[in-house]
Design a protein around this ligand. Sequence first.
Ligand code: IMP
Ligand code: MG
Length: 186
Amino acid sequence: MLCNQSMDQPVLHRLITADEIALIIKKLGDQISRDYSGKELILVCILKGAFMFLSDLIRHLPMPVKIDFVRLASYGAGTKTSGWVEITKDIETPIEGKDVLIIEDIVDSGRTLQFLKERLELSHPRSVKICTLLDKKARREVNIDADYVGKEIGNVFVVGYGIDFNESYRNLPEIYYVAPSQNDQP
Ligand code: IMP
Ligand code: MG
């Protein structure tokens, strides 16, 4: 446990250690390196949550790599996504005819990725695949799957390693889940 329990400082429980994150990323790096051997890859990182994941993952990729960033606003209150997605910062790299790999922190309902994948496909890349650090597979609301999944997790709200709760906790080197407050209990 990290903090005392209140709305401002929720109780955090460690879910994934820094060592485990490093192992997960090494494994993903090896898979991606094998699959894209001899190719050039454009990594499209979804801001802000995936910035730390991207920075560690690219160190395991030996092929020529370009990176770009997209920022998506998805409307919803608190810890819930509504499915209404808007691009607030677009990529700047031409992707026509290129192999693109979307780098995401967490797939939840899948709506963010469905929107982004369809949007990128309009530019006629050779391929668009998805790499996510975490996958809440049981919460999927649309038919989309990541091609590379670091770790599947249950229905918990997580923070740390780039992932936020109200813009806080991105700096934590490990991943924690937020314990539900007494008020959230059924
Ligand atoms: P989706 O569109 O429902 O798949 O939502 C995915 C986005 O919701 C992720 O990119 C995260 O920004 C955010 N998200 C989903 N689950 C969590 C969580 O447990 N902690 C923090 N952000 C989350
Ligand atoms: Mg995100």
